[in-house]
Write a protein that binds this ligand. Structure first.
Ligand SMILES: Nc1ncnc2c1ncn2[C@@H]1O[C@H](COP(=O)(O)OP(=O)(O)O[C@H]2O[C@H](CO)[C@@H](O)[C@H](O)[C@H]2O)[C@@H](O)[C@H]1O
Length: 471
């Protein structure tokens, strides 16, 4: 079975968040299960592209509006990532260093998708599945079903995975002329609320869509930035498959970025040594419980509540805990978090920015990981934390609800809270501080978490079952 994954991100060449992790791992696990997994991303002028060898496997031009865009499909020559990586390069559009946030992002992703389809038309044998990830690739299912030019592709099942339904890729009808000719009656498929909405178009025209957790599948029907009725209408096509973690990258036994590697057998010492290094780096006291936050500083992650919650925790808990934040995003939140450093020097620190290596050290060295998410389609951080024996403190929503059981339950291991407000965050952290005082309980919870299996094997098989159901 040949499956093509289309995505804006793929670890390690291009990662901003969890989308990159998933697309860097799922295809590898599928390949191990006998699938031929091809990943296609835009070309990024970043370290991975510069340090590795690529060959040009296809070259042509694609029409977008009134422009002919020359493009190349580059394949990484060694398949070292465990799947067949391809990047599409379009001079002037897809050859930049950043993944998002250019003013012509809409044009960039349209061009990416049109170039991909142009290449797909030339395949000797059609792939068995085209698997699109998030809105950046969501015009593909629509065009494969309704584009005149692509009618030979309409028999290939197109699947959409929604990693984050908050972002839908809207653009105005003034850009409709970028798209190739389609049946006029299908314009309604593109439209949602008067704009072209790629995510909505994909949900309407894909063969199946998946969300990255079962709970999120349900939540989209209640809250999805205007698409609620669409998710109700199309619910028969949907299924929820919880993400896994790539244990080649996220494993305390082998992780080369840790001060000391550890397994369940020596977890107490392992975490202690990693914590010692982290405390030294950020100026914390080793004996206090260390609570960390890692993630994009956006409202979706509850990051807007962090400054007030941290202030309350550090003043109310009278310095009984240390707090470390790693993240970037909303500049106002970044500023507030940076300012707190002046007041709470001893027990609080923040690194504003993106640092993959530091994130590994934090998962290993922290005692607790806080995730006060407003929306969390799956969440990978809590899965990494648990693998590293770090107790998650989570708001019960989406994938957090599906993967973390509260320690008060018989086989539980985390701290869960239902409401999202500053008081609930403070109360949960206070609970964590109390829990930390009971070392045998901490040991028990670490053991329970580290024995859980959140590897990709299970989920990769679920995707393959879904593909097979479309044959
Ligand atoms: N400043 C920083 N420095 C270093 N590393 C950082 C970082 N900020 C974030 N990360 C890393 O980025 C990843 C974030 O993953 P998530 O799944 O939590 O988030 P995201 O919201 O991006 O993904 C969306 O897609 C994924 C994948 O499906 C879903 O799990 C999720 O719920 C959904 O919102 C983790 O690997 C984390 O360690």
């Amino acid at each position: 079975m040949v499956v093509i994954h289309l995505s804006a991100e793929c670890y390690p060449l291009a990662k901003v968040g969890g989308l990159g992790d998933v697309v860097g791992a799922l295809p590898k696990y599928q390949q191990e299960l006998g699938v031929t997994a091809i990943v296609v991303t835009p070309y990024y002028d970043r370290k991975f592209a510069r340090d590795n060898e690529f060959e040009v496997v296809y070259e042509s031009e694609v029409r977008m509006g009134d422009k002919n865009l020359p493009f190349q499909v580059l394949k990484e020559t060694t398949d070292k990532l465990g799947f067949h990586l391809h990047m599409i390069r379009i001079p002037g559009l897809l050859d930049r260093s950043e993944i998002y946030s250019y003013p012509d992002e809409t044009e960039q992703f349209i061009a990416f998708q049109l170039a991909f389809l142009e290449w797909l038309l030339k395949f000797k044998d059609n792939p068995d599945i085209v698997h699109c990830h998030d809105h950046h690739t969501a015009l593909v299912p629509y065009l494969m079903s309704h584009g005149f030019k692509y009618r030979f592709l309409s028999t290939i099942p197109a699947i959409l995975t929604i990693h984050n339904g908050q972002y839908q890729g809207w653009f105005g009808w003034d850009k409709f002329h970028y798209l190739p000719e389609t049946d006029p009656w299908t314009r309604g498929v593109l439209d949602w609320g008067g704009a072209i909405n790629p995510l909505a178009a994909a949900v309407k025209s894909c063969w199946k869509y998946t969300t990255v957790s079962p709970s999120y599948l349900e939540e989209l029907k209640e809250s999805s930035k205007g698409l609620e009725t669409l998710f109700v209408q199309e619910e028969k096509k949907g299924s929820g498959i919880l993400n896994g973690i790539d244990t080649d990258v996220w494993n305390p036994v082998t992780d080369p970025l840790l001060t000391l590697n550890y397994s369940l057998d020596n977890v107490t010492k392992g975490k202690q040594e990693n914590k010692r290094a982290l405390c030294k780096e950020f100026g914390f006291t080793l004996s206090k419980p260390l609570i960390a936050f890692i993630g994009r500083l956006v409202d979706e992650k509850g990051a807007d509540l962090l400054p007030a919650a941290i202030e309350q925790i550090l003043s109310v808990a009278k310095s009984k805990a240390s707090i470390l934040v790693l993240g970037s995003g909303n500049p106002a939140i970044e500023d507030q978090l940076a300012q707190l450093k002046e007041t709470y020097k001893k027990d609080y620190n923040v690194y504003i920015g993106y640092d993959e290596a530091l994130s590994h050290r934090i998962y290993a060295g922290a005692d607790f990981l806080l995730m006060p998410s407003r929306v969390e389609p799956c969440g990978l951080n809590q899965l990494y934390a648990m693998k590293y024996g770090t107790i998650p403190i989570v708001r019960s929503t989406g994938g957090l609800k599906d993967s973390v059981i509260d320690a008060a339950e018989p086989e539980g291991y985390g701290i869960c809270f239902p409401e999202l407000d500053v008081d609930s965050i403070v109360a949960s952290v206070t609970r964590a501080v109390d829990l930390y005082a009971n070392t045998s309980n901490v040991r028990l919870l670490r053991k329970r978490m580290m024995l859980l299996d959140f590897s990709w094997n299970r989920s990769a098989n679920q995707y393959i079952d879904l593909y097979n159901s479309l044959k």
